[in-house]
Design a protein around this ligand. Sequence first.
Ligand code: AMP
Ligand code: ZN
Length: 113
Amino acid sequence: MNDCLFCKIVAGKIPSNKVYEDEKVIAFTDINPQAPVHILIIPKKHIASVADTSELDMDIYARIMSVGKRLAEEFGLKGGYRLVTNIGKDGGQAVDHLHFHLLGGRTMGWPPG
Ligand code: AMP
Ligand code: ZN
C-alpha cells in the first residue's frame, strides 16, 4: 500500500522507534503517547483493520497477543496493561493499517472515551 503510513514505517521509509521485529510483526513507540508506555504492534502485511481480516490471516492475532505479553514484561508492566485495537470511524481508528495499542504504566479508566 503506497499511501499507508504504517506500511511506510514497515518499509523503513518513515523512521520509527522500533522495539520489536520478527518476520510477521513490528512494534514501535507511539508518536503521541497516552500513557508512560504506549507501543503500537502491527502486522508487516497491510490489513486495514480487524473488520478487513481474512480467515487466512487469523494467526496474526496470536502473534500480536504474544508480542504484547512479551513487551509488557520487558517494559515492566507488572500491575497490568491494556492491549486494544480501534476499528473504523466510530471505533476511533485514525490509521487504516491494523495496529494494537499496548498501554501501561498508569491506571486505565473504563469505559474508554
Ligand atoms: P488509532 O487512532 O487507533 O488509529 O491510532 C493511531 C495511532 O498512531 C495514534 O496513537 C498516533 O499517535 C499513532 N501514530 C501516528 N503516526 C505515527 C508515527 N509516525 N509513529 C508512531 N505513531 C504514530
Ligand atoms: Zn499499511
